[in-house]
Design a binder for this molecule. Structure first.
Ligand code: SAH
Length: 358
């Protein structure tokens, strides 16, 4: 039995190559992209502008295989969370956050996460595998259909489970589809990759994509960032900020968003705010403060509103655009850092932890 090609794995270029190998013209790619991503059609027989023969061949060789919705939850505040089944072994979570005039889909890039950021519950799950392009863009496909007639999906952020830049090729192909006029047609400022700071991959991304960039900074110095975001030991802040500058080098009006989780007594002092302003001097930036979202067994607590206000005031005084992310969907565990899915941990992190404890 031959394995069928899942056409959700291809961006436009990939699909053009697929059709070229079949002896078909490149414009078949744009036709099929429109059917799949704009019309939501997964049955080739319904793609009426393709010849009958081509429809038949596609039915034999290919498929449009989507993640399956296990369940959908809607929060009191209108946030949706979908738990999606991938392969019988793994589940991921996708979240939609409606706001005035826009709606943001938060998409996962990996099953679990291999990084060990100490304040993130996804990290506690360990890591199993990268998502395919089909599984990444499939989240957008599923959400767009589920929301049809109810809400507008206007923005995508790669801020779900996983580190997108450690799943580089599949993430880039999915981003291409999000921004392709024949697929989802989102403007580059409406599609954001969030990274913990995988510097070499960030430099590569600058050369192949122009999506918006968010960086999980979370600390104003290396000593603290080494603890909160351990990948910092490999790629310290100075290198990360150089890579950020490189990322926006050709576009003077673009800004990088720096995410900063607010952890009470850890990274939220006025002195640390000043340190942060000095760090970001000369980098076109916005700061997005994220009040910490607790999860079971965490050692951290959320900064008080007062602490967040004081911190904000220092940043604003220094001229930094500063916003505080509203906590959304926490009643259904859909808030930042609360996405856990169902992960078969290949890193055996739980066992390692037990071994350390005994
Ligand atoms: N791995 C990527 C994508 C995850 S994005 C990254 O690190 O950027 C999710 C954002 O939520 C990141 O900024 C992450 O650091 C933050 N986050 C993780 N756990 C959180 C928590 N418990 N409370 C608030 N924000 C959290």
């Amino acid at each position: 039995m031959t394995v069928k090609q899942n056409l959700l794995n291809f961006d436009r270029k990939g699909l053009e190559t697929f059709f070229a190998e079949m002896g078909e013209k490149p414009f078949r790619a744009t036709q099929v992209l429109k059917w799949i991503h704009q019309e939501g059609v997964s049955d080739f027989q319904l793609m009426t502008n393709l010849s009958k023969a081509l429809r038949q061949t596609l039915t034999e060789l290919a498929e449009v295989r989507l993640p399956e919705i296990v369940f959908e939850q809607k929060s009191e505040d209108g946030t949706y969370k979908w738990v999606l089944e991938l392969d019988g072994q793994n589940r991921i979570e996708t979240v939609f956050i409606p706001e005035d005039g826009r709606g943001t889909l938060c998409v996962s890039s990996q099953v679990g996460c291999a990084l060990e950021c100490t304040f993130c519950s996804t990290a506690k799950q360990g890591f199993n595998r990268n998502l395919s392009t089909a599984e990444i863009i499939g989240q957008v496909w599923v959400a767009a259909r589920a929301l049809a007639g109810k809400a507008n999906l206007t923005n995508v952020v790669m801020m779900g489970m996983g580190e997108p830049l450690l799943n580089f090729n599949n993430t880039v192909a999915a981003l291409n589809l999000m921004m392709d006029d024949f697929a989802y047609g989102l403007a580059k400022r409406r599609v954001t990759v969030s990274t913990s700071g995988v510097v070499p991959a960030l430099l590569r991304l600058a050369d192949v994509s122009d999506v918006s960039l968010a960086v999980s900074l979370h600390a104003p110095n290396d000593a603290l960032r080494d603890v909160l975001v351990p990948i910092n030991k490999k790629y310290p802040i100075a290198e990360l900020l150089e890579a950020c500058k490189y990322y926006i080098k050709d576009e003077k009006r673009r800004k990088i968003t720096f995410e900063y989780v607010m952890l009470s007594g850890i990274n939220d002092s006025v002195e640390q705010a000043h340190q942060l302003t000095r760090l970001l001097e000369g980098i076109p930036s916005k700061v997005n403060l994220i009040p910490f979202n607790p999860f079971p067994d965490t050692q951290y607590t959320r900064s008080s509103n007062n602490a967040i206000h004081r911190f904000t005031a220092v940043l604003k005084e220094a001229g930094l655009i500063t916003t505080t992310r509203k906590t959304r969907g926490d009643d259904i565990d859909a808030a930042c850092g609360q996405l856990v899915g169902k992960v078969k941990d290949k890193t055996k992190r739980q066992l390692k932890l037990q071994a350390v404890a005994t």
